[in-house]
Design a protein around this ligand. Sequence first.
Ligand SMILES: Cc1ncc(CO)c(N)n1
Length: 817
Amino acid sequence: MADLYSFSNFSFSAVEDDHSSNKPLWTTEGLDEENMFQFSGAENWKDYGGIHTFSPNFGFYPNDSAEEGYPLSAHQQKGQHHLSCLDHEALDNLQFDMALPPLSPCSGDIMKFDEISAMFSPSEPVNHNQFYLPLSSLELLNNLHGKRQIQASDDSTDTDVVRKLSTEDIMKMAGTRFVQSSSKSDDWESLNSHPYDSCFSGLSDEEKEDIELAESLLASAEKVGYQQFERATKLLNLCDSLSSKTGNAVKRVVHYFSEALHEKIDRETGRFTSDGKKRSTDPDEMMPGPSPVNVACQEELPFNQVADFCAVQALMENLTDAKKIHIIDFGIRKGSHYTILMQALESRKECPLELLTVAAVGTNSKESLEETGIRLMNFAYTMNIPFSFKIVMVSSMLDLKESLFELDPEETIAVYAKFSFRSMLPQPDQLESIMKVIRNINSTVMVVTEVEANHNAKSFVNRFTEALFYFSALFDCIEDCMKPDDPNRMILESQYLNHGIRNIVAMEGAERKIRHVKVDVWRAFFSRFGMVETELSMSSLYQADLVTKRYASGSSCTYQMNERHRKSNSGNNSSWSLRQKEEMEEKAKAEEKKIGMIEAWLRKHRLLYTGATRHPFILSIRDGSIDISSFKLWLAQDYLFVRDFVPFAANILIKAWKESDDSGDMEVILGGVASLQDEISWFKREASKWSVSLSDITPQKNNVDYCRFLESLMSPDVEYTVAITAFWAIEAVYQESFAHCVEEGSETPPELKETCERWGNEGFGQYCQSLQRIADRRLQKASDDELKKAEVVFLRILEHEVDFWNMSRGIYEHFGP
Ligand SMILES: Cc1ncc(CO)c(N)n1
């Protein structure tokens, strides 16, 4: 019976896939990142937090007030149309008709990236806590004897902590026991006559109970697969009595899956009536507007922001020279991503924007699109961005036509589809219609964000198993991110996630709307339309990492690239050389444009650079809203930083003396070193002006981390080229930040003007330019290896600067008298 169920053949390999493959951000191109636990429409609720609730790094101006009368829509058609259904058999097979190559194990890129980062900071572990589950649950069981050590998620401690098993672990162990027991006997009662075998040693009573509970659920699903409904119901009744929606994560997951199985049985036996149907909400149809649960999800779960920042980065990288940009958006919802994009475009000095047009495509909820339009118009207005918003309503995607977009030949066109194509999987002809239009309009890039999961298997048990593991991970994640007594968590689980579980488990045919498929399926589909996949840049991963760090459990979030198009089986070397080839191309491109490597990187990593130079701390100085206590905190901490910066600057001087090919470098650097003495005196005077006692302060963590990083760059192994790039970046961020506070139109309080002038004055600007020229000259001659290291160091500096600003937004606590 285990054979028929094929649990052992299928499910565990599927589970492993989940860990090795990645998540979903697709640029025309599939990029997928990992662990984007998302289910159909789920993102809806995360969007509604509104503009002001997001972006910890950027200074967005909230302006939600709706104004009447914007000329929003160029093409509006009424109506809502649900296509009747297609050949669902064919659809079910979508996943399996393509011989899927195995997914590559974890990533090339990010790993190398980490390796390189680690070279510079042996004392700083890279902030990607990897928690790989063992390859099989059997292995897991074996490892559990005696001690259960799971990597600590809190990176402030190095010691392992004993943590309870994850819900996914419990499901795996239950799966293993189930396969073992069902190969011995097919009598369901035997399930509960398991002796507490050796597998169980070292587990708590609750964990043992949970494993047995999950085992009963799996057994019941198997019976449903065999159409043995009576037996299945008996097992489900047992599950019902032992699970509940308020128990631990295992009990809650089992509770919802058990409900879904009951419904499946009722449907298959003709007993299902819609009156008896328990309530759940389709997230795709939920009410627009910021309900508390939407806001909570937006604020407490990182997924939506990660998707937004990665996608905007991918768009920006492909729109570098575009002055008139037209983005066609499928699934715009609140449009939070456009506020990020506008911010990034606004800071793109080398290529001023003439017009940004967003065309939101929809088949229903025109009012909600209009609301989004008004919100974005307001935002663009406050940012002084030339912006136009269009609504393209069609009754069905089959009616979508190129002409509806009124494209101007001068426009650069991009397409963004965030968690929206999946809802069309049951109607592939709609998707095809979209793709034909996209192909004809010749868009520069298409960014697609999707969930990386297979909830579309034809085999019921396979689908059930996949969904069970997926939701187990999701429930665990929610448990880590939301407080146990948070009422929003209950609503999220019992309404939205419950809806997803029921739809995947209980429904068939056209009713089964949630049909996530893995990246391979999307790859095959998009390639049919001539789309060529490109990969997410390092900067996108950095963005994602920065975003997750703002969340309570962010440090346990990891990212991986699925870069199967690079042939993982040919080993790291081949992808390394590919990477190098790309860098050479980048260098060639920079030369061709005569802009120098630094400018090329500034363009490439625009979003991150803006994050460091237009941080809310700086914006609050500029608009006069700064809390003086934060300013004092910054002052005290930066004094300590500058003290540590002195030996770093002196070390650059030594490196220049040893390695530089131009004696002129020395004067520039020496000038910088010399001015530090004056800077330190200035800090002392300024501190006394604000009654900040410099002798009482202790460096805060972000400051210590940054100084340690500087120290690692002082190693003789770090080349002059790499170090001078870092030196430039550190100074340039302050120059660009503070210059923004003394620009025309700024409302910096008079008592802070002197501070801003210190780094924002023209002379300091010229000094930064000189450093940039030195760095550029060196980078032009640098080896690929050096280039790569310098780029990584530049990114790390930006990250540290953002962290330093974040720290400065705290409260200065005065110690002593
Ligand atoms: C954190 C920080 N970055 C850069 C500078 C510029 O010197 C500074 N003083 N402090």
